[in-house]
Design a protein around this ligand. Structure first.
Ligand code: URA
Length: 265
């Protein structure tokens, strides 16, 4: 058995994570009851669907035109093949000012995929997504779904840094997004988390503000999509961390519901 000091440290680290994400209280666990004898597998009914934490009033829900995204792109293309085709990309005006192309990183068969906006200075320098301050917060956000950073796949709408971290422009998105859609088709995630307005609006083909898109499970290209605030926005507006935590519970519950359904098959 692990010693008390080790467990105490683990619990403290866990609580610190929730605190960083803006969680201010937790319900104490119910005292354990003596459980009824377990039914044999053959007599058990399928697990009930796990409740989704939708914190917004029903009237505020967005009717995203899901039919646009019903097509499940079937692809045998690997991420390596897509990266190879991207090459030393010169398709848009960002090429001359970038240092490195930031293609994406993580588990190529991830159930959960994060899509951000565009590389910043740290990412441009290292050629990896979300490695700066916003990236450190993203790691905590990922951990609040019960996953580790290595379990998920992370990429951006744009693969090159816009100078001075300005917003992506329409022509840049237009030349880059085919690579993102092919990455999604190659990874085949069960759920995509769009980080920030650009990620969410580009994927969902909408101009709705992120504050209205977040907080719901949306059908998307044969998978699900949850939009939430960008970690860089959270660094400036820490009060919104609570909402991101709630969005991550939607992601977590969806992944758990799939696991539960698979385990009863
Ligand atoms: N912001 C993003 O949207 N993507 C990154 O990779 C880093 C910061």
């Amino acid at each position: 058995m692990k010693d008390k000091a080790f467990l105490r440290k683990q619990v403290l680290e866990h609580l610190r994570l929730y605190s960083d994400l803006g969680v201010r209280w937790m319900r104490a666990p119910e005292p354990r009851r003596k459980s009824a004898p377990r039914k044999p597998e053959s007599q058990r009914s399928a697990a009930p669907p796990v409740a989704m934490a939708d914190t917004r009033p029903a009237a505020a829900k967005i009717a995203v035109n899901a039919s646009m995204f019903d097509v499940v792109p079937s692809s045998d293309e690997s991420l390596d093949a897509i990266r190879k085709e991207l090459g030393d990309c010169r398709r848009c005006k960002l090429a001359p000012t970038r240092t490195n192309i930031v293609f994406g990183a993580g588990n190529p068969h991830a159930d959960l995929m994060f899509v951000g906006e565009a590389p910043g200075a740290d990412e441009d320098e290292q050629g990896l997504p979300f490695v700066g301050r916003a990236g450190q917060l993203l790691t905590k956000i990922i951990e609040s779904t019960g996953m580790r950073r290595d379990d998920v796949y992370i990429c951006n709408i744009l693969k090159c840094r816009p100078p001075g971290n300005r917003n992506p422009e329409t022509d840049e998105i237009a030349s880059c997004e085919q690579f993102l859609f092919r990455q999604i088709a190659a990874v085949k995630p069960k759920i995509i988390c769009a980080l920030g307005a650009f990620g969410a609006q580009t994927l969902l083909r909408t101009t709705q503000p992120i504050g209205r898109l977040r907080g719901q499970l949306i059908d998307y290209r044969g998978a699900k999509l949850v939009a939430t605030f960008h970690p860089a926005y959270l660094l400036r507006n820490p009060i919104e961390k609570r909402k991101v935590w709630e969005d991550m519970q939607i992601v977590r519950n969806y992944l758990l519901s799939i696991q539960a359904a698979n385990s009863t098959k």
